[in-house]
Design a protein around this ligand. Sequence first.
Ligand code: NAP
Length: 363
Amino acid sequence: MDAVNSQRSNHEELVIVGSGPAGWTAALYSARASLRPLVFEGAFSPENQDAGLLPMGQLTTTGDIENYPGFPKGDARTYIQTALDPERVAVLPYDTFDDSRANAAISGAVLVELMRRQAVNFGARVVSEDVVRVDFRTRPFKLWDSQGELTEAHAVIIASGASARWLELDSEERYKGRGVSACAVCDAAAPRFFQQPLAVVGGGDSAVEEALYLTRFASRVYLIHRRDVLRASPILTQRALNSEKIVPVWNRVVREVLGDEQRGVTAVTLCDPKEPGVQERLDVAGVFVAIGRRPNVAFLDGALELDAQGYIKRIGWSAATSVPGVFVAGDVADPVYRQAVIAAGSGAMAALDAQRFLNELER
Ligand code: NAP
C-alpha cells in the first residue's frame, strides 16, 4: 500500500475519483486549500489493463507531450529523478532515463506522475482502488471501492476520464492482446510487430499520433480512414502525409480482423463504407484502433445526469453537476476539447467549486 494510503478514514471531506490531469490538479488545488482530499487513483489490475482503464489516465498512453505549456524539449531528468519516489520511477513504462532521449519532450507518463507527486506533496492521500458503486441521493455521499470498502464524503469530484472506443467486431475482440490494440505506446514494442506491416484505424489526432509512433517499429503503417480527409490537426496531418512509412488507405472501414491461434492477427478485410459488398484483404500483423473515446461513467449507474453522448452534464460554466456537492472535471465531461491542459484547468475549477460548497456547508 502506498504510504499515503495509511491515513485514509471512512469519513472524508472531499473524495476525488480519477488520476489523470483533471484528478491530480483537483487534488493539488484542494490539498493546498487544506481539504486533505482522498484520491481514488484506480487499481493496477489485469482486468483494468485489458479494458484500457489502468490508473493515471489516457496521458500515459501518449508518448511525447509537445503541447502542454511549461514542458518544452530539454533535459528534465535531474528534476524527475529527485522529484519522484524511486519506486514510482521504477515502474514508469517509458525509457525516460535513456540518454538518447535526454532532449525529448516530456512523456505523458512522467508528466502525470509529476502531477501526482505535486498533489501528494501538499497532503493529498491516494488509494489504489477503483470506485465501483456510488450513492449520491443523500449527504454524506457514499462510495464503494473495489475491495468493498465504503467511504463517505461531503463533496466529490468525478474525474474518471474516457477510454478507447472499439470497432465492436467479434474478430477484434478475439485478437485483443494478440495483435489488436488501442495503445501503440503500450504495445508497439512487442516482437510480433517488429518490422511488420501494421494498420491504424481512424482519422483523428489519436490515429495519426499512433501511426507516427508505430513508424519506429513497423515496416509500413497503413492509416485506414473511412473518408478521404483526415480529421487530425494540420501539423499532425502534414507529418503523417510526409512520412515515408505511412500509407493512407482512404474510404475504407475494417469489416473483419483475420488471424490464427498461433500467430494472432495476420490481415484485415476492408470495404468502402458505400459498397459494403465488395471486400479486399490487407496483410498486417497488427491493428491499432484509434476511433475516439467514450466517457468512463459505468460506476455511476445513473447517479448523475448525462448528456446525449453519455458525458456528465455540467451546469453552466462551472464544475457543478446535477447533484449539488458532486463536481466534475476532465474528459468525462468533455466531448469537445479533450486536451490535457483543459482537463487540468477544469480540475482546478472543480476544486475551487468544491471548496466553496464545503465552506458554505459549515456556515
Ligand atoms: P476523434 O477526433 O473523435 O476522431 C475519431 C476518428 O475515428 C475520426 O476520424 C472518425 O472518422 C473515426 N471513426 C469514428 N468511428 C469510427 C468507426 N466506427 N469506424 C471507422 N472510423 C471511425 O478522436 P481522437 O482522434 O481520439 O481525438 C479525440 C480528441 O483528443 C480530439 O479533440 C483530439 O484533437 C484530441 N487529441 C489531441 C492530441 C494532440 O493534441 N496531440 C492527440 C490525441 C487526441 P470521421 O473523421 O469520419 O468522423
